[in-house]
Ligand binder design. Structure first.
Ligand code: DCP
Ligand code: CA
Ligand code: CA
Length: 367
């Protein structure tokens, strides 16, 4: 097949969890907003999931311990919120549904990113991309109310790096003839697969930028990093990437969350609500014809901190009895790790496989 120039786009939603919180409470917009995972040991133990751009000005970012975030934001009228994955997934689903309509091929990666192959939509013409992106941006602003940043290039690798260049609400287009010039000066750890350790090792070899890596002898890279990685590094640094944009086919997880009639630590009451959620999840999973390997529960405690527990099964299942039993065990565990009462409960299944891919099914949903 003759290789034709592709036009590939990466969409990455801006400060996603925090933007979702602003969406349902616009009064937050001008304040520093921090979304965190509260580990629950003490009031401030846990880490920042993400923060809006107002909070980032204070040096608050993903991964920062919450107590440090609080310290940096002292007196700034900041708002701290627990992660609400179910809500963020709703917002994400709406965005993805709309984005899909703009693509010849669509591939969601994670909750806030997607690749779009738009080659045919723009007739292979990079000069037509800007108008299309502006249309997409205002469409999603109107329909869902969120902003995102976009990178465009001749492949996924370039699109991904480009999307990081201008944020929030950014757009960076790298035409095929500009790829070398674009990549060359960037630090080598911008490439997927070059983590801190690899970057340090490359540094010892005198490789600091992607350009350095592109010029480095490929045979020596193979000798040092092995055949697969060595060749990958060489190609990536030269902006070569032939990975197609491919539909994943399934959402990554199905989850439900609900508020209890009153706060409680009574397992029977918790399971009464959880069983309702489990039934909804089962229906959803059956419709999509998926089995699942991972089961998770989450709870929002009286103090609004969020806790979660999950378990990966030996093999994929769609047995509702397994789901019920595991959910109960996970809630038992969760309760024993805290003195607090539970206010909201959530159940989630993930790690899907399609029924067709499975051997003869050994278990069916029991009603
Ligand atoms: N996330 C998290 N913990 C991390 C990193 C991210 O929980 N250490 C979650 C929260 C983010 C979401 O994943 O909102 C998406 O991650 P991104 O890296 O895309 O970061 P943001 O969307 O928050 O910010 P940006 O505007 O830089 O894309
Ligand atoms: Ca993002
Ligand atoms: Ca992202």
């Amino acid at each position: 097949m003759p290789s034709r120039t592709r036009v590939i786009m990466l969409v990455d939603l801006d400060y996603f969890f925090a933007q979702c919180e602003e969406l349902r409470n616009p009064a937050l917009k001008d304040k520093p907003v921090v979304v965190g995972v509260y580990s629950g040991r003490t009031e401030d133990s846990g880490a920042v999931s993400t923060a809006n751009y107002v909070a980032r000005k204070f040096g608050v970012k993903s991964g920062l311990p919450l107590y440090l975030a609080k310290k940096r934001l002292e007196g700034a009228d900041a708002v701290f919120l627990p992660v609400d994955t179910a809500f963020y997934e709703q917002v994400s689903n709406k965005v993805m549904e709309t984005l899909r309509g703009y693509a010849d091929a669509f591939e969601q990666v994670g909750i806030d990113e997607a690749y779009l192959d738009i080659t045919q939509k723009v007739n292979g013409n990079f000069d037509a991309v800007k108008d299309l992106v502006q249309k997409m941006k205002s469409d999603i602003k109107n329909k869902v109310g969120v902003t995102f940043s976009v990178g465009v290039g001749p492949n996924k690798l370039v699109a991904k790096i480009a999307a990081d260049r201008q944020k929030p609400d950014g757009l960076t287009i790298v035409k095929p003839e500009d790829v070398q010039r674009f990549l060359s000066p960037l630090p080598v750890d911008q490439l997927i697969g070059v983590g801190r350790k690899t970057a340090a090792k490359m540094g010892e070899l005198g490789i600091r930028t992607i350009g350095d890596l592109a010029r480095y002898d490929v045979q020596r890279l193979v000798a040092i990093f092995g055949k697969k990685l060595g060749i990958y590094f060489h190609n990536a640094a030269n902006g070569i990437d032939n990975e197609p944009v491919q539909e994943v086919g399934e959402a990554e997880s199905i989850s439900r969350i609900a508020t209890l009639k009153e706060d409680t630590r009574d397992l029977a009451r918790i399971m009464e609500k959880a069983n309702q959620l489990i039934e909804e999840i089962q229906r959803d999973a059956a419709q999509r014809r998926v089995s699942f390997r991972q089961i998770g529960v989450m709870a929002v405690m009286t103090d609004l901190s969020a806790k979660s527990r999950s378990r990966t099964l030996e093999a994929a299942t769609r047995d509702i009895a397994v789901l019920r039993r595991t959910v109960q065990e996970l809630f038992e565990k969760l309760l024993s790790a805290s003195q607090l009462e539970i206010r909201r409960v959530g159940v989630k299944i993930a790690h899907f496989s399609r029924e067709e891919e499975q051997q003869r099914l050994t278990s069916f949903f029991r009603e």
